[in-house]
Design a protein around this ligand. Structure first.
Ligand code: 13P
Length: 256
């Protein structure tokens, strides 16, 4: 058994509606009632409009609530943004920052991601900070340089903090939504690199911080990924939208 308690988080992305969410929540509750899952932290990150619905449904399940994004500013004239204090108000325990889809679609730079991290932490919300290289970068032998740069931008904020507040998700862009998962060995190599980099950059909790893998994780490949020494759970996209698939992935994390 690993010393770090695994975390499996579902990133619903821009999917769902009131009715389909209700179906999903009912399925999650039913799966947990059939067989409880111990020794794994579980979280779901629905789109902003459904966070209240999720908070009501998750109730006493032990599944934590998370959000997919947070503003880089405290409050004020930022039309369309959602602040960290609002997320805290709604009971969010986690927020995802720096997802590759936001880096690409919304032009989020390393600096913006670092500001978001700071905002969330100031409001006692734990952060799942995503890093990942594109296919072109990997093929050009740049994977470590890219991940190193992304980690370096966040390390000064993370340096003094405890591991309960910080999670890293390694999500190679070429594996997201493509069905092409990184091999457990490739993922492990990158996770070990990330941990070493955190240590080098003076992040106090480097050895205790959970590093999740994300990118086409399914129940059929989760166990071998989670068995690797530096893979401490997963950030799950598509498979988190199906209750039994998500719960089966969580169970894979429970047995490592
Ligand atoms: P998929 O699991 O759909 O590949 O998405 C991964 C992801 O981006 C989670 O944040």
């Amino acid at each position: 058994m690993k010393s770090r308690k695994p975390l499996v988080a579902g990133n619903w992305k821009m999917n769902g509606d009131i009715v389909s969410n209700e179906h999903l929540f009912t399925g999650l509750r039913a799966a947990l009632e059939r067989t409880a899952i111990s020794q794994v932290d579980i979280a779901v990150c629905p789109p902003f409009p459904y966070i209240g619905q999720a908070a009501a449904w998750l109730g006493d399940t032990g599944i934590a609530l998370g959000a997919q994004n947070v503003a880089a500013f405290p409050n004020g004239a930022y039309t369309g943004e959602v602040s960290a204090s609002m997320l805290a108000d709604l009971g969010c325990r986690w927020v995802i920052v720096g997802h590759s889809e936001r880096r690409t679609l919304a032009g989020e730079t390393d600096g913006i991601v670092a500001s978001k991290l700071q905002m969330a932490l100031a409001h006692e919300i734990g952060v799942i900070a995503c890093v990942g290289e594109s296919l072109e970068e990997r093929e050009a032998g740049q994977a470590e340089a890219v991940i190193g740069r992304q980690i370096d931008a966040l390390a000064p904020v993370m340096a003094p903090l405890g591991a309960d507040r910080i999670v890293i998700a390694y999500e190679p862009v070429w594996a997201i939504g493509t069905g092409r998962t990184a091999s457990p060995e490739t993922a492990q190599e990158m996770h070990a690199f990330i941990r070493a980099r955190l240590r080098e950059r003076g992040v106090r909790a480097a050895d205790a911080i959970r590093i999740l893998y994300g990118g086409s994780v399914k129940a059929s490949n989760a166990a071998t990924l989670f068995a690797m020494p530096d893979i401490d759970g997963g950030l799950i996209g598509g498979a988190s939208l199906v209750a039994d698939d998500f719960m089966n992935i969580c169970r894979c994390a429970a047995v490592v």
